[in-house]
Design a protein around this ligand. Structure first.
Ligand SMILES: [Zn+2]
Length: 174
C-alpha cells in the first residue's frame, strides 16, 4: 500500500483504540512512525548515494515511484542495501523474532510493534506477483503472496474512500 495510506490506517487504529483506553501521545506517534518506516528506511542508501554527489536528486524520486523493471540505475551496493533493508522491514519472520524478544523485555512496546505488523500484513495483501510481491518470509524466501496491487486505480480510490468513511465514523462517534 502507499505510504500515506499506511500512516492513515495506523493513525485511525490508534485513534479508535484511544476511545477505549488511554494511549500515551508518544506511543501513538511511535505506532504511526513504525507503520511508515518499512517504506522509508530502504530509501536511505539511495539518499546517501544522492547526498554523496554521485546520484541526481531526481533518482531518489524515480526510485520511490518506480514500477518493476524501471528502477533507476544505481551502484550495486546501493541497490543491494536498499533491497535488503526493504526485505528486512517487510519480513513477518523477522518481525516475529523482534516481537518475541521485545515482548519478554517490554510488553508496552506492543502498540508500536502493531504499527509495524499492520504495514507487513497490509502489504502482503496489497502487492502482487507483478508488483513487488511483499517478501513476508524473508530471509527464508523472496517469494510473496500474489495479492491485489495497491496502485490499481479503482483499489486506490476504494482504499481512500474506506479511510474517509472510517475517519468520519470515528469522528461522529461520541
Ligand atoms: Zn511497504
Amino acid at each position: 500500500m502507499d505510504i500515506l495510506a499506511h500512516g492513515l490506517w495506523a493513525g485511525l487504529g490508534v485513534s479508535a483504540l484511544a476511545r477505549r483506553r488511554p494511549v500515551a501521545r508518544r506511543m501513538a506517534v511511535a505506532t504511526v512512525v513504525m507503520a511508515l518506516l518499512p517504506d522509508l528506511v530502504h530509501m536511505l542508501p539511495v539518499l546517501a548515494w544522492v547526498l554523496g554527489g554521485d546520484g541526481a536528486v531526481a533518482e531518489l524520486w524515480r526510485y520511490a515511484i518506480a514500477l518493476p523493471g524501471q528502477e533507476p540505475g544505481m551502484p550495486p551496493w546501493v541497490g543491494a542495501a536498499a533491497h535488503h533493508l526493504h526485505c528486512i522491514l517487510h519480513s513477518g519472520v523477522l518481525a516475529l523474532i523482534v516481537t518475541a524478544a521485545l515482548w519478554r523485555w517490554r510488553a508496552s512496546l506492543g502498540l508500536p510493534l502493531a504499527g509495524w505488523w499492520s504495514h507487513i500484513l497490509i502489504d502482503v495483501l496489497t502487492h502482487s506477483s507483478d508488483y513487488y510481491a511483499s517478501p513476508v518470509l524473508y530471509p527464508l524466501t523472496y517469494e510473496g503472496f500474489d495479492g491485489m496491487a495497491w496502485n490499481t486505480p479503482w483499489f486506490m480510490a476504494a482504499n481512500y474512500l474506506a479511510l474517509a468513511i472510517c475517519a468520519y465514523a470515528l469522528w461522529r462517534r461520541p
